[in-house]
Design a protein around this ligand. Structure first.
Ligand SMILES: Nc1ncnc2c1ncn2[C@@H]1O[C@H](COP(=O)(O)OP(=O)(O)OP(=O)(O)O)[C@@H](O)[C@H]1O
Ligand SMILES: [Mg+2]
Length: 231
C-alpha cells in the first residue's frame, strides 16, 4: 500500500464475465480511511461487478477479475484479487461487509432474522453464548432503529425498509471497518430513505467506518458521500 491513510487501493482492475468484452477495464481508485466514496453510474455500467471483485467473490458470481485490489488489514495488505483464498475469506464480515443490492439476498427466507444473525455471530466467535448473541442482536437492531420484536420475523414478513435495516444490522454483526452498500436505499420511499441515510451517517461517525456507497441516484450521491467515482 502506497499510503497508510488508505483503506483500499484499486489499480488496473479489469473484470467481466465469460468471453464477452470486459465490463470494467483498467479501473484505478483509492478509498481513504473513514471516507465515503460513491460509485455512481447508470444501470449495467458495472458497479456491482466492482463490488464483487472488492469482496473477492467475483468468481462465485461467474465472473473474473484481473489487477490489484489492496485492502489494508491489521495483518498487512491483502490483495482481494490475487490473494490466498483463506486470507481473503478471513476478511469478509470481520473487516469488509456488504449490504447487497437486494436485501432479500442477505437472508435465508426459511430462517428468522435472529437465526441468520446468530449464524454469523457463532461462526466467527468461538464460544459465544446464546445470551451474549441475543444481546448483540438487540444492540445491532438498536443501531439501525428496528424494534427487537422484528428479530423473530422471517424476511418475507418485513417491509422493504425494515428488511434493508435488518440487512445493515447483519452486515454490522462483526464490526467491519469497511461497509459496502449496493443501492442501499433504491426502491424505498423518501421518508424511509432519509431515515436509513441518517442511521448510516450516525454509524459512520460512531464507528469511524469507511464506506463504498453504490448508487445511481445523483441526489443521494451528492448529499451523502464525500466524493464520487463516475462510471
Ligand atoms: N453473473 C453475471 N453473468 C453475466 N453477466 C453479468 C453477470 N452479472 C452482471 N452481468 C453483466 O455485467 C454488466 C454489469 O452489471 P452490474 O450488475 O455490475 O451493473 P450495475 O452497474 O451494478 O447495474 P445496476 O445499477 O442495474 O445494479 C451488465 O451488462 C450485466 O448484464
Ligand atoms: Mg448493481
Amino acid at each position: 500500500m502506497k499510503d497508510r491513510k488508505n483503506c483500499l487501493e484499486v489499480s488496473g482492475l479489469t473484470a467481466g464475465y465469460g468471453q464477452e468484452k470486459a465490463v470494467i477495464e483498467n479501473l484505478d481508485f483509492v478509498l481513504e480511511r473513514e471516507e465515503c466514496l460513491c460509485l455512481h453510474g447508470a444501470s449495467g455500467c458495472g458497479k456491482s461487478t466492482v463490488i464483487w471483485a472488492v469482496m473477492g467473490v467475483i468468481r462465485e458470481m461467474g465472473g473474473y477479475a484481473e489487477g490489484k485490489i489492496l485492502y489494508q488489514a491489521p495483518c498487512g495488505d491483502v490483495d482481494m484479487v490475487g490473494g490466498r483464498e483463506e486470507e481473503v475469506r478471513s476478511l469478509r464480515w470481520k473487516e469488509i461487509a456488504l449490504v447487497p443490492q437486494s436485501s432479500m439476498n442477505s437472508f435465508n427466507p426459511m430462517y428468522t432474522i435472529r437465526k441468520t444473525i446468530n449464524e454469523v455471530l457463532f461462526q466467527h466467535n468461538e464460544g459465544m453464548g446464546k445470551q451474549e448473541a441475543e444481546e448483540r442482536c438487540r444492540e445491532l437492531f438498536d443501531m439501525v432503529r428496528l424494534e427487537e420484536k422484528a428479530l423473530g420475523s422471517y424476511p418475507g414478513e418485513l417491509s422493504g425498509g425494515m428488511r434493508q435495516r435488518a440487512a445493515i444490522a447483519l452486515a454490522l454483526a462483526l464490526d467491519p471497518k469497511l461497509l459496502i452498500l449496493d443501492e442501499a436505499t433504491t426502491g424505498l420511499d423518501v421518508i424511509v430513505e432519509a431515515d436509513i441515510l441518517w442511521v448510516l451517517r450516525r454509524l459512520r461517525r460512531k464507528k469511524n467506518m469507511s464506506m463504498l456507497f453504490v448508487s445511481h441516484d445523483d441526489r443521494i450521491a451528492r448529499a451523502f458521500c464525500d466524493r464520487r467515482l463516475e462510471f
